[in-house]
Design a binder for this molecule. Structure first.
Ligand code: UDP
Ligand code: MG
Length: 756
C-alpha cells in the first residue's frame, strides 16, 4: 500500500547528523524501511561536519539507494544550521525531521503524518516519558514556560525536533529567521497551522549526545530576546526608573550630605551597569541581523545542487558551469534502435547517460554512465542526473519513452521539446485517431477500453480480422492479429497484460499495402520524407520484416501522403523534429494513416535513410534536441532495402556462418548483428527478438530482392540444438493488397516478395 499526504506530494525524511558513526547504519535501515510505504520519497542526510566517518557511510547508502541525498558541511555548524539546510534543500512536498540516534523512533513518523492529513502545516512530536537527563528536561520545561507565560511567546509546549512539516512552510520558517533559527517559535509567528502529537522517546542507540548546559542556556536566551519585546521594554522601564532614582539620590546628597543616599546611588549605578550589559546583548543581536549575509552554514560536498552562496566552493563551481556548459546527452532506451544516438552523441563530443530497465542491454556498454531504471519514470531519472549538465534528452524509436523525454526536457530546461499534443498522439492511439477525425482523414473502425467483457462484445461488431494491442506499448508487445473469433478473448488478455495502463485498442485490420514515411520537419516544412514499402510477418504478429525505398506508389499518392503529413504536423504544432508515420494504401487507393511517432523510426530506419539518401537523421535529431540547426540535405537517391534478420525457432546461438562472405558483397552496405554466440534467440513474435539489420542497395527493386535472397541463403544461423536456415524464416509480403477476409491472410510461412 502506498500512502498519500494531503496537498503537496512526496516525503523527505531529513536527518541531521554529527559524528553518528555508531548509529548511522541502523538509522538508515530503519528510516528506509519506514518510508517504503510512501510513494515518492527521498532520505536527506545533513552531515554537520562529522569527522568520524559518518559521511562515508552516508555516501555508501547513496551509492546503492538512489533515494538517498546528502549535504555535508565544511565544519560543525550546529543542529539548527543542519536542519535549516535540510529544510531548504528538501525537495518533496512534506519533510519529516528525524534524529540520527533514533531517539525518536522512525516508526512513529506515521502518526505525525496521520495528523498532518487532518490539515496541519506542522505536526510536532511531544516526547512521552522523555529519556534525557533531568537537567535537560527541567531546563527545557522552565525556559519554555517562561517564554510562553512571562514573555508571551507562542510556542508548542514540549515540542521536539521530531516533526512533520509542509516543506514550503519549512522553507519560510528557516528563511524568516528572527536572527535566530528558533523553529518552534517561528512556526506560530508565521501563522502556520500546527498540532502536537505524543510519541515515544527512547535512549540514544549509540554514540553520545551533543547537548551541553551552555547550549541550553544560549538556546533559551535566543528565544527570550529573539521573539519578545518584553525584556527590552522591562529594560527601558527599569533604566528610566533607576536614572530617576539616581537624580533624586544626587539631589538628596546635596541636601543632607552623604550616608544611605550614597549607598542608594552606588546601587543605582551598579544596576545601570547591569542594564548596560543587557543592552550590549541586544546590540550584538542587531549587529548580527545587519551582518547576516552569511547563511549560517557552508556545504563542502553534496549529491544535490547547492546554491553557490551556501557552498564553500560555490563560485568556483558556478564558474565551471558557465565555461563548460551543458555537456551530457541522455538517451532513453538501450536497444539496437537507440544505439546510433549513443554513437552520434559521443561523436559530437558529449558524455552519454544511457537509461534502460535491462542492465544487460546494448547501451549499457556504450554509455559513459548507465542507469538501470525504467525509461517511463522521469522523476527517478531526473533524480540521478543531479551531477550532469544535460544538454539534450532523446529516445529514437521508442514511443513508450516519449512522455518521459518531454518531462525531462521540461525539468532540465533543455533547448528543444516536442509539443504536448504531438507526444500524446505518438503514445496514445485514440489521441491519434482524434487528430485524424479532426482533419477529416480516413479512419477505420476501432474500439478501446479496459474491460475484457465490454471489449469482446464491442470487437464482435468490428468484424474480423482485427488487430488487438495495448494502447500504450511499443514494439508490437502484446499485439495479436485475430482472424478467428475463438481467439479474441486470449488476445484481449494478452494486450491488457502488455499495457502499463491496462487499456487496449482493437482495430479492424486495414487491407492494403503497408508503408512508412520517415520524415523530418524543419521550420514547419517537411524537409525530408522517405516513403518505404513495408513487408510484415504473417498473422498473428505483424512485425516488420523489411523496408524498401522508394516505395512503388503512384506519384499522386505520394504527393497526397506528404500533404496529409504536413496537415497532421500543422495541426499538432510540430514545427521541428523527426516524425515516423505508418500508413496503408487500400486497393481502392485510399490512404489510411495507422500511427505516428514524433521521433526517429525504429527497425533501423535511420540506417536506411543514410544509405538511400546520404542523410544522417540521427545527427539531425540530436542537433535539434541540442538546440542547433539540423542539416537535412540529401546527397544521393538510391534504391535500398533494410531487412530485419530473424529466425523462427528458439535456442542458443552458436554462431553465424557466411558472415564474411556476405560482408564482402558490394551491394551489402551494412550487416549488423545484435546477438552474440551463447545468447538466447527466439522466434520473431515481438519486435525485440530481432537478430540484426541488413542494408543492401541495388539499381532496381528486382535486383534488391535477388541480392536479399542470396544473402539470406548464405547466412546460416547455428542455433543449438538445431541448425536453422534463415531463408526458411516465416515471412509474407503484404505489399500485394488482398481481400481483408481471414482466409486471404496467410497463417503459415510463405515467401513474400517485394513489389517490382
Ligand atoms: N546534531 C547535529 N549537529 C550538532 C549536534 C547534533 O547535526 O552539532 C544532530 C545529531 O547527530 C542528532 C540530532 O542532531 O541526529 C540530535 O542530536 P543529539 O542526539 O545530540 O541531541 P539530543 O537528542 O540530546 O537532543
Ligand atoms: Mg539524541
Amino acid at each position: 500500500m502506498t500512502w498519500h499526504l494531503p496537498g503537496p506530494s512526496g516525503l523527505t525524511a531529513m536527518v541531521p547528523c554529527y559524528n553518528e558513526i555508531d548509529c548511522i547504519d541502523r538509522c538508515y535501515t530503519e528510516i528506509a524501511r519506514e518510508v517504503d510505504r510512501y510513494d515518492d520519497v527521498e532520505i536527506l542526510f545533513v552531515d554537520d561536519g562529522s569527522s568520524d566517518g559518518t559521511l562515508e557511510r552516508i555516501k555508501a547508502f547513496a551509492a546503492q539507494d538512489d533515494r538517498v541525498k546528502y549535504l555535508s558541511f565544511s565544519r560543525n555548524f550546529g543542529l539548527e544550521a543542519a536542519f535549516t539546510a535540510g529544510f531548504k534543500y528538501a525537495s518533496k512536498g512534506w519533510t519529516v525531521q528525524l534524529d540520527a540516534d533514533l531517539q525518536s523512533p522512525p516508526a512513529e513518523m506515521h502518526r505525525l503524518v496521520e495528523r498532518a492529513r487532518e490539515g496541519y502545516d506542522v505536526v510536532f512530536a511531544i516526547r512521552r516519558d522523555r529519556s534525557d537527563a533531568w537537567w535537560r528536561r527541567a531546563g527545557t520545561h522552565a525556559h519554555q514556560v517562561i517564554a510562553a507565560h512571562l514573555l508571551g511567546i507562542e510556542i508548542p509546549l514540549g515540542a521536539s525536533v521530531f516533526r512533520v512539516v509542509r516543506t514550503s512552510v519549512a522553507h519560510k520558517i528557516v528563511e524568516t529567521r528572527m536572527s535566530t533559527p528558533y523553529f518552534l517559535a517561528t512556526a506560530p509567528l508565521l501563522g502556520a497551522r500546527y498540532a502536537v502529537e505524543p510519541t515515544d522517546h527512547s535512549p540514544r542507540q549509540g554514540g553520545s549526545g551533543k547537548w551541553r548546559l551552555h547550549h541550553l542556556v544560549m538556546h533559551a536566551v535566543e528565544l527570550f530576546v529573539g521573539f519578545s519585546y518584553r525584556p527590552l521594554m522591562a529594560l527601558e522601564v527599569t533604566a528610566a526608573t533607576l536614572s530617576l532614582a539616581l537624580v533624586l539620590a544626587l539631589l538628596a546628597s546635596l541636601w543632607v550630605g552623604s550616608g544611605p543616599v550614597q549607598v542608594l546611588g552606588a546601587a543605582a549605578l551598579a544596576g545601570l551597569l547591569g542594564l548596560q550589559a543587557m543592552t550590549a546583548r541586544y546590540l550584538i543581536r542587531v549587529m548580527r541581523v545587519q551582518a547576516r549575509t552569511f547563511p549560517g552554514f557552508q556545504v563542502r560536498e553534496s549529491n544535490i545542487p547547492v546554491r553557490p552562496e551556501e557552498h564553500l566552493y560555490g563560485y568556483e563551481m558556478q564558474e565551471q558551469m558557465s565555461t563548460h556548459a551543458r555537456d551530457t546527452v541522455v538517451v532513453l532506451g538501450g536497444g539496437e534502435d537507440q544505439i546510433p544516438a549513443y554513437r552520434e552523441a559521443r561523436r559530437l563530443g558529449y558524455r552519454v547517460v544511457g537509461v534502460d530497465l535491462r542492465p544487460d542491454c546494448l547501451g549499457a556498454q556504450l554509455a559513459d554512465e548507465f542507469l538501470a531504471i525504467t525509461t517511463r519514470d522521469p522523476d527517478r531519472i531526473a533524480g540521478r542526473l543531479d551531477h550532469h549538465r544535460v544538454a539534450a534528452v532523446i529516445s529514437p524509436a521508442s514511443d513508450a519513452a516519449q512522455e518521459a523525454v518531454a518531462a525531462l526536457c521540461d525539468k532540465l530546461g533543455t533547448a528543444h521539446r516536442v509539443p504536448e499534443g504531438a507526444v500524446r498522439a505518438s503514445v496514445d492511439k485514440t489521441a491519434f485517431h482524434e487528430v485524424l477525425r479532426a482533419l477529416g482523414f480516413a479512419t477505420y473502425p476501432a474500439v478501446h477500453g479496459s474491460d475484457r467483457e465490454t471489449l469482446r462484445r464491442d470487437a464482435g461488431r468490428l468484424g474480423l480480422p482485427v488487430v488487438v494491442k495495448p494502447t500504450d506499448s511499443s514494439g508490437s508487445k502484446g499485439l495479436t492479429c485475430v482472424t478467428d473469433a475463438a481467439e479474441l478473448d486470449a488476445a484481449i488478455v494478452r494486450a491488457l497484460d502488455g499495457s502499463p495502463s491496462r487499456t487496449v485498442v482493437i482495430e479492424r485490420l486495414v487491407a492494403g499495402s503497408h508503408h512508412t514515411a520517415e520524415c523530418f520537419i524543419v521550420g514547419g516544412e517537411l524537409a525530408h520524407a522517405a516513403i518505404t514499402e513495408r513487408t510484415l510477418t504473417g498473422v498473428p504478429h505483424l512485425n516488420s520484416i523489411s523496408h524498401v525505398v522508394p516505395a512503388a506508389l503512384p506519384e499522386p499518392i505520394v504527393v497526397r501522403v506528404r500533404e496529409m503529413i504536413a496537415e497532421v504536423t500543422a495541426h499538432l504544432g510540430l514545427t521541428d523534429g523527426p516524425l515516423n508515420v505508418d500508413f496503408v494504401v487500400t486497393p481502392q487507393a485510399d490512404i489510411v494513416l495507422i500511427e505516428m511517432g514524433a521521433r526517429l523510426g525504429g527497425n533501423g530506419m535511420p540506417l536506411l535513410s543514410r544509405e538511400a539518401f546520404g542523410l544522417n537523421t540521427v545527427e539531425a535529431a540530436l542537433r535539434l534536441a541540442l538546440g542547433q540547426t539540423p542539416d537535412l540535405r540529401a546527397t544521393r537517391q538510391q534504391v535500398a532495402m533494410l531487412h530485419i534478420l530473424h529466425v523462427d525457432r528458439e535456442g542458443t546461438l552458436i554462431g553465424v556462418d557466411g558472415e564474411q562472405e556476405v560482408r564482402a558483397r558490394p551491394e551489402v552496405r551494412l550487416l549488423e548483428l545484435f546477438k552474440r554466440p551463447g545468447e538466447r534467440v527466439r522466434p520473431y513474435t515481438q519486435a525485440n527478438e530481432k537478430l540484426g539489420y541488413l542494408v543492401i542497395v541495388a539499381p532496381t527493386h528486382d535486383e534488391l530482392r535477388r541480392v536479399r535472397d542470396e544473402v539470406l541463403a548464405t547466412l546460416r544461423w547455428q542455433i543449438a540444438p538445431d541448425l536453422i536456415d534463415l531463408a526458411d524464416a516465416d515471412e509474407v509480403g503484404e505489399a500485394d493488397p488482398g481481400p481483408a477476409d481471414a482466409a486471404a491472410l496467410p497463417t503459415h510461412p510463405t515467401r513474400g516478395g517485394i513489389p517490382a
